[in-house]
Design a protein around this ligand. Sequence first.
Ligand code: COA
Length: 453
Amino acid sequence: MIDQQTQINLPRRYADQASVSTIREVFDYIRRFRNHIFVLKIEDILLDDPLFPSLMKDLIRLHEAGIKIIIIPGTRATIERNLKQAGLKTTLVKGVRITPPEILPHVKLAAMEVAENIISHLAAGKLNGIMGNWIKARSLGVRDGVDFQCSGEVEKIRSDIILRLLDQAFIPLIHPIGLNALGASYNLNSTQVACSLCMDIEVSKLFFIGEHEGIRSKGLIIPEGAQLQTNGYFSNLDRNHARALLEKNSQLLSHQEKEYLENAIKVTSKTNKVKRVHIISGKREGSLLKEVFSSIGGGTMIYANRHAHIRRATYDDLPELMQLLDGYVKEGNLVMRTEEDISEAIDNYYIYEVDKAVYGCGALFDLDDNSGEIGAIAVNPSYKSRGVGQGLVEYLIRLGRTKGFARLFLLTTRTSDWFYGFGFTHATPMDLPEKRKETYNQHRNSRVLMLLL
Ligand SMILES: CC(C)(COP(=O)(O)OP(=O)(O)OC[C@H]1O[C@@H](n2cnc3c(N)ncnc32)[C@H](O)[C@@H]1OP(=O)(O)O)[C@@H](O)C(=O)NCCC(=O)NCCS
């Protein structure tokens, strides 16, 4: 995406080009996400924010673009405000509220208040929000000697009803109140409600929309390899980094940060279906649209595993592969390969793909002498510095080990420093296996790097 500053400084011809590519990018995303389900957990603290109507309008735009939306509102701020007004207090144990029976009516009232507020915003955009009691819940009971009284947890969600409502273009709104088999109500944690739903149905994206830009990195112990934004937040974390972050910072993270991270890890596990969890700020204009429709979202994205994005290339990928590599061939970073070259060796190529967009590519070739060669590493300029290149190289090194290679070679003109970071060391053309020596291009004079496996 082009920021405003850049737009202002660019000559009109380039600014026009930039906006055309932005429009194309948006259309691509709309096509990719049509009929996909997004679950949005929205913190109620945002309800009084001047930008809340704008956030709701953006949500309506997503719906109009054919994305199916489910909203799970948080109710904590409203409950606290209502209890304060009534002169009542409750206790939180590890972030979980103990709900005595006399507090429950206030909790239910707060849930209704929040839901009605959101539904009225949807109605203003001519959309039908609908809420219902679709959660069967059970008591949290007594844990470590603490009786949580009317606080409960999700037992089952009637996702069949929710899916039918989505098909009829409703926006289901699930407030965090559940009923047990006898009709008694329980106060639930809305983040857990969102995650239980995500584990039940096919959800493309789960959003936690709150006050903060994502998971902050400032003041925390950073897991090695995690990607940071310049504003002091993580731009993306794979599950392993998210888990390491939790483990290293259990005393430093807030309850909400821990809750987001723990639940994001749970829903992106192998057995679960959510590919990506986005933690974004509802206090920043356009944050939701930017996160969905541009290559550079503002918040923290948590996803299953970098390697889960990598797959073998097929002939259908040839046009995109050519386009991706060509740009860097022209700049002199990569050696020229024809479509026939790639086509003949297509099984050696790998694609890093997210939401059907090609973020990058790489290849691993078999050489003689129990050796392999990594090549054609290229990352789409829109997705640079997000760990895509690192993910590809790590994947290919691991693949080389699986294939039983003793060493990997790599020829590069400008990127040797980067590859040293993966353990490659300086070698010479004379170290290459015999046949590869013959095809070494003296004129190009690439540096030869080697990694012993
Ligand atoms: C090199 C390349 C693959 C890195 O991909 P990427 O997804 O942006 O890389 P990652 O996000 O994993 O790592 C980013 C870090 O790599 C380092 N890096 C990138 N290019 C580098 C280079 N030429 N030399 C040294 N370090 C470099 C930087 O430290 C960068 O961090 P920064 O964004 O904070 O500056 C990508 O820039 C690319 O496609 N380059 C053109 C093609 C190319 O040169 N391929 C290798 C030839 S074999």
